[in-house]
Write a protein of this length. Structure first.
Length: 259
């Protein structure tokens, strides 16, 4: 087993659970932790026994953003040359459904990491914000893009331009940023519960569904509908489709093989 120093990686049946664990820096997303996160995600993504992934933090903090201390002494030239935010594209490439179980602060890169996941569940004390402007910078991993798509322009502008307006759990729910709000100690169990439901479906159907929904952010409706139709047709090539349809017709529970 791989030794990680900033995350804790566990498997709960068919669900891969990654816990961000840098309490001394409020899970700030520095180089080490993001590399470990990508490594663990890739491990789960290529593991046939895993059907869905949950990313969480502690009860107090999901992640307080990029590691601000690592920004000291950085120049535009090395930010461009090293492209340290490249890890965020790798998260986007994960094929398996990912759920963010968010307690406490999800700020800056932390809010962006949650938004890279496919579903967000929030604990009652969760707080979402993009305070980058207070550092003289701007969001760099989706805060100006995914947040707009999730909650609309006016709220996204207010959050990113003031750096101080934050969404609490109920506001995030009302705005559509999160799917549900739970008591702090229930967020992770509920996330794992949903992840297990997803993992009980065909893995190919789940990957196609995720890909189709994400495509809606990329292309005009006509192209998105065609993409969906082609993936729908593709699904007819799977054993899981035969099994699912046969199970319905014969009034039994489907047992998907992931083939
Ligand atoms: N980076 C590095 N260290 C941090 C960070 C951070 N983002 N956040 C907190 N810490 C450290 C503190 O420096 C402190 O360390 P020390 O004890 O050594 O001084 C420790 O964590 C505890 O923090 P506080 O004492 O500040 O804890 P409080 O409970 O008083 O406050 C807050 C909690 C409000 C969350 C506060 O820590 C805070 O404002 N943190 C910074 C939040 C922020 O500005 N985030 C945005 C960062 S920029 C960013 O994310 C850019 C995105 C780019 C793309 C994504 C890349 C990942």
């Amino acid at each position: 087993p791989t030794q990680y120093s900033c995350i804790i990686v566990e498997q709960d049946g068919p669900v891969g659970v990654i816990r961000l664990n840098r309490p001394e820096a409020l899970n700030a997303l520095g180089q080490q932790i993001t590399q470990e996160l990508i490594h663990a995600l890739n491990g789960f993504d290529t593991n046939n026994d895993i059907g869905a992934i949950v990313i969480t933090g502690s009860d107090k903090v999901f992640a307080a953003g990029a590691d601000i201390k690592q920004f000291q002494g950085r120049t535009m030239a090395n930010m461009i040359k090293e492209d340290t935010l490249d890890w965020s594209s790798k998260i986007r490439a994960v094929r398996k459904p990912m759920i963010a179980a968010v307690n406490g602060y999800a700020l800056g890169g932390g809010c962006e990491l949650a938004m890279m996941c496919d579903i967000i569940y929030a604990g009652e004390k969760a707080l979402f914000g993009q305070p980058e402007i207070n550092l003289g910078i701007i969001p760099g991993a989706g805060g100006t893009q995914r947040l707009v798509k999730a909650i609309g322009k006016s709220k996204a502008m207010e959050i990113c331009l003031t750096g101080s307006v934050k969404l609490n759990a109920q506001e995030a729910l009302a705005a559509g940023l999160v799917s549900a709000v739970y008591p702090v100690d229930k967020v992770l169990p509920q996330s794992i519960k949903t992840a297990k439901i997803i993992a009980s479906k065909g893995q190919i159907a789940a990957a196609l569904t995720k890909s189709a929904i994400n495509q809606s952010f990329e292309v005009p409706l006509e192209a998105g509908l065609l993409y969906e139709r082609r993936l729908f047709q593709t699904a007819f090539g799977t054993e899981d489709r035969k099994e699912g349809v046969d199970a319905f017709v014969n009034k039994r529970v489907a047992k998907f093989s992931h083939l």
